[in-house]
Design a binder for this molecule. Structure first.
Ligand code: AMP
Length: 220
């Protein structure tokens, strides 16, 4: 059977991580988040983590060559054979081109790009109220947590604000998205590989729209 690869696109704060978890389960494919892999590498102090940390804390992108090697290596592993849901990659045109070539050499087809659309004001609001669990990497909105709660409702771990969710880094991440990642919408549109869904609503509503769109496309 041909692998079913889904490339999740959307600005920081569009809900890619949350949707990726639900959709990968529903579709029976592996969720690969390059942000989670990098945060794990930073926490473990690996050479990749040391190289990536400064870029990440500033809200800048990690260089393409590091990212392409990381993803090409990951996609070559056995657990990716049935398909993957890529969350956070590609983020630049060179990364998209490299991905097409890696998927091509693996004879997996080009995959389908699913873009989650959310207006800018809503992105800023979501990112600045986001808290992340150090233990399970779950994310929560301050709006949904009881006041002063500092432990994870899921596992009891410590909740913190990611350095790149602080206001200056949020502004920088949105600038970087507009300049470097948004052009990918045209890239996939031109190839007839783009599906767009409205990313405003409840988590379940958005997942429902995404699954319906993927199924129509024959990707689900
Ligand atoms: P995310 O959790 O996807 O928002 O990623 C957090 C940070 O990791 C980003 O702001 C970048 O610094 C870095 N990062 C994740 N994926 C990529 C990528 N594909 N290319 C470059 N940098 C990335």
């Amino acid at each position: 059977m041909k692998a079913r690869d889904v490339i999740l696109l959307g600005a920081p704060g569009a809900g890619k991580g949350t949707q990726a978890k639900l959709l990968s389960q529903e579709l029976g494919i592996l969720h690969i988040s390059t942000g989670d892999i990098l945060r794990g590498a930073v926490a473990a102090g690996t050479p990749l983590g040391k190289a990536a940390r400064e870029y990440m804390d500033r809200g800048d992108l990690v260089p393409d060559d590091l990212m392409v090697d990381l993803v090409a290596d990951r996609l070559g592993r056995e657990d990716c054979a049935a398909g993957v849901l890529l969350d956070g990659f590609p983020r630049t045109l060179p990364q998209a081109e490299a991905l097409a070539s890696v998927l091509g050499t693996m004879a997996r087809g080009e995959g389908v790009a699913l873009a989650i659309d959310v207006p800018d004001e809503e992105l800023v609001r979501r990112l600045s109220s986001r808290r992340t669990c150090r233990a399970c990497a779950g994310t929560f909105s301050l709006d949904s947590l009881p006041a002063e709660r500092s432990d994870c409702p899921q596992c009891g771990g410590e909740l913190y604000q990611r350095a790149d969710d602080a206001p200056e880094a949020v502004a920088q991440r949105l600038r970087v998205y507009a300049a470097q990642t948004k052009p990918l919408l045209d890239y996939y549109q031109e190839r007839g590989r783009l599906i767009r869904v409205n990313g405003v609503g409840t988590i379940e509503e958005i997942a429902g729209r995404a699954l319906a769109a993927l199924r129509t496309e024959g990707a689900g």
